[in-house]
Design a protein. Structure first.
Length: 308
């Protein structure tokens, strides 16, 4: 079959790949009708992530079942199916709790590649969803979105529009307040700021990359004089003015105009660091992102409960 393979940043080739076959009795083989180019495909393409090429590409897909293993019961050859970027059995304790992406037997479809003519789908019963019939061609893009943003949007807000239009779409769906949680999975400056602006005060933005808010959209903290510290995978917390913190890592994010990190988003002590800078309002309050600041001890030798 023909399939897309990434060799190096900017170097994608369509070449012959081995035809997939049933390996486990829970497998299915499908003929791809359409497949996505995901934002996470672009990270290694742009050189943001290391490429250990050649590597197959693609993990979001729809298609028609060609063959199933002996233990597959929910789909059959000839059915049109929508797949997920994580293959899951949908029977383990984690799946039954509603977190199929954390299945104990999960398989990352990106490792197999679905930007190809055919694909092997592990754990087919838990991964593939059949449509009532073969869809019309104009419906396929919408079903493909179910493989892409619907899985992400199960836990967060999703907008098909970009920039101001995307923010407006989320605000319209939430009575002008913004979403409780937003996943930012693309990794560009524009998408990061769209995610933050789409989130209501007190909400969270889940990030899996190192893109920070633009300095042009934030004012230095009056205590730390910091604007945007390094980001790391975690959860960004917002308030009425913008970002106020990121957890679970040890640094905090400076707030947007005139805001400082809330006490509940407290920096942790990073390995190998022991410096401290006190700030007005009590020792340990508002430390700079590059320093650690343990709580002060009282005369009795115990740590005080001074809010940080």
């Amino acid at each position: 079959m023909r399939g897309a393979v990434l060799y190096a940043p900017g170097d994608v080739r369509v070449e012959d790949r081995q035809d997939p076959a049933i390996i486990e009795p829970t497998d299915a083989v499908i003929r791809l009708t359409a497949t996505c180019v995901c934002g996470s495909d672009l990270w290694p393409y742009r050189g943001v992530e290391q490429v250990d090429g050649p590597a197959p590409m693609g993990h979001e897909y729809v298609g028609v079942v060609e063959e199933v293993g002996s233990q597959v019961t929910t789909v059959r050859p000839g059915q049109f199916v929508v797949g997920s970027f994580w293959a899951s059995d949908n029977t383990c304790e984690i799946c039954r709790a509603g977190y199929q992406s954390g299945c104990v037997n999960r398989v990352l479809m990106g490792a197999l590649g679905t930007q190809s003519q055919f694909a092997r789908i592990p754990l087919a019963d838990g991964t593939l969803v059949a449509t009532p019939g073969l869809p019309d061609a104009d419906l396929v893009p919408s079903l493909l979105a179910a493989s892409d943003v619907l899985g992400t949007g199960w836990f967060a807000a999703v907008a098909a529009e970009r920039g101001d239009d995307g923010v407006a779409a989320v605000k319209e769906l939430t009575n002008g307040l913004g979403a409780h949680s937003v996943v930012e999975a693309v990794g560009t400056q524009q998408s990061m700021m769209q995610a933050i602006r789409s989130t209501r005060p007190g909400g969270h933005v889940g990030v899996s990359h190192d893109v920070a808010p633009s300095r042009s959209s934030c004012s230095p903290d009056p205590v730390t004089r910091a604007c945007a510290p390094p980001w790391t995978p975690g959860s960004v917390t917002t308030d009425a003015d913008g970002v106020v913190g990121i957890t679970p890592r040890w640094w905090t994010a400076a707030g947007l105009p005139g805001r400082r990190p809330r006490a509940s988003v407290r920096p942790r002590t990073p390995p190998g660091s022991g410096s401290c800078r006190s700030a007005p309002g009590g020792p340990g309050r508002g430390p700079a992102p590059s320093c650690t600041c343990p709580r002060p001890r009282t005369a009795a030798g115990r740590r005080s409960r001074t809010p940080g």
